[in-house]
Write a protein that binds this ligand. Structure first.
Ligand SMILES: Cc1ncc(COP(=O)(O)O)c(C=O)c1O
Length: 391
């Protein structure tokens, strides 16, 4: 089985060495040595004024919106093509999500659709999809033009660069995830990066039940603290972020060259002056049938894939906020497939995956020709599986 992701862990001895200090200090939490060090290291790397640790990216998103103190029910523009945590953060704050479509090539929120809907909204919450930086400048202009706040879901973006600046420096706040699928991981964890001192101050209270040292709540907070055990792991993975991203980039380049000759296959477009973390490597097929055949063939060959992201506006929990179709989001979801990507993926595994895709897409093309000349029966997933077993 080739999994879609596999965390790169430091040598256990290095982690144990850090844990020994926790065992002697008995400081398990409350932003002691390791959480504080993680905040300082991240702030330095990201070039952000203030970075605060949190127990997850999900909680960081909820608290970042809470810290904005928007009036209840305020509308928040959000892409439907994101992990549902982004949308949940809006609803946990008693705000109203307004779903926006995406760009068909870079898969980020579409500024033209934002422009059509931004009047009167309280905030824009945009995702750096798969680590590909969102159009931060255009969004800042659009949000700023109507006095709306701008927050980025940078769950995938630790190490992403937009026109020479690290993701983490944009908008009112940016939120990172340190969960096990991310290049920097603390097993579970998150970060808030912001240059807004007032927002940072509120966030500091909110992540610690609402109070600081006097047990006198200033806000209605929750427990969003990152433990020292998690922070220690985060520190070890964070110090080697550039190596982690370089390894991912090599695999991505290899995938792209192996798939270059497959008809109809394209990739998420990353602008030449930006850097993506490639938290996920997304392939776009010419149509849903080709995607389905490739997906079925890879599954039969024990290769795990994911169809990130299922559009939120079509999910049961959010249907009442979905008032129109989002044609690009819906089309991309039909055609997209994320392939295995992790540091110790072997080059020959990449090649096998590409061969399976090549064969499946070839069958789809034959099937299309067959349908136009003879029968209208499509090639079945079983046929593709048999073919991929033979290879
Ligand atoms: C886009 C996006 N936002 C938010 C989250 C939530 O982060 P976490 O898993 O750290 O709670 C994820 C998780 O992968 C994500 O992909």
């Amino acid at each position: 089985m080739i999994p879609i992701t596999r965390p790169a862990l430091p040598p256990l001895t290095e982690y144990v060495a850090l844990l020994e200090r926790v065992w002697s200090s008995r400081m398990l939490s409350n932003f002691a040595e390791y959480a504080s060090a993680l905040e300082a290291l991240a702030a330095d790397y990201l070039g952000a004024n203030c970075v605060l640790t949190v127990s997850s990216g999900d909680v960081a998103l909820i608290l970042s919106l809470r810290a904005l103190q928007l009036p209840p029910k305020s509308r928040v523009l959000v892409p439907s093509f994101t992990f549902n945590s982004t949308v949940n953060a809006i609803l946990w704050n008693d705000l109203t999500p307004v779903f926006v479509d995406i760009d068909p090539e870079n898969l980020n929120i579409d500024p033209a659709d934002v422009a059509r809907r931004v009047e009167g909204v309280g905030a824009v919450l945009a995702t750096h999809v798969f680590g590909n930086p969102a159009p931060v400048g255009e969004l800042a202009r659009l949000a700023g033009g109507v006095g709306a706040r701008l927050v980025f879901d940078a769950a995938h973006g630790y190490g992403s660069i937009r026109q020479g600046k690290h993701v983490g420096q944009f908008g009112d706040a940016e939120v990172f995830s340190l969960s096990g699928t991310k290049p920097v991981t603390s097993a579970e964890g998150g970060l808030l990066a912001t240059s807004n001192a007032e927002l940072a101050d509120r966030f500091r209270y909110l992540r610690a039940y609402g109070f600081q040292h006097d047990y006198n709540s200033r806000y209605i907070g929750l427990n969003g603290k990152l433990s020292e055990l998690h922070a220690a792991l985060g520190l070890l993975t964070m110090t080697r972020i550039e190596d982690a991203l370089a390894a991912r980039r090599l695999h991505v380049d290899h995938y792209m060259s192996c798939l270059a000759s497959v008809p109809g296959v394209t990739f998420q477009r990353v602008s030449a002056d930006d850097r993506s973390t490639y938290k996920d490597f997304a392939v776009l097929f010419a149509n849903g049938e080709q995607r389905y055949l490739a997906e079925a063939a890879l599954t039969a060959a024990q290769v795990q894939t994911k169809r990130y992201f299922r559009p939120c506006h079509q999910m049961e929990a959010y249907r009442q906020y979905s008032h129109r179709s989002l044609p690009v989001t819906e089309d991309v979801y039909r055609r997209i497939l994320c392939l295995p990507l992790y540091e110790d993926l072997e080059p020959d595994q990449v090649e096998s995956i590409c061969e399976i895709i090549q064969a499946a897409v070839g069958l789809a093309v034959i099937s299309e020709r067959g349908r136009s000349h003879t029968s209208r029966r499509p090639v079945t997933a079983g046929q593709v599986a048999a073919l991929s077993r033979r290879r």
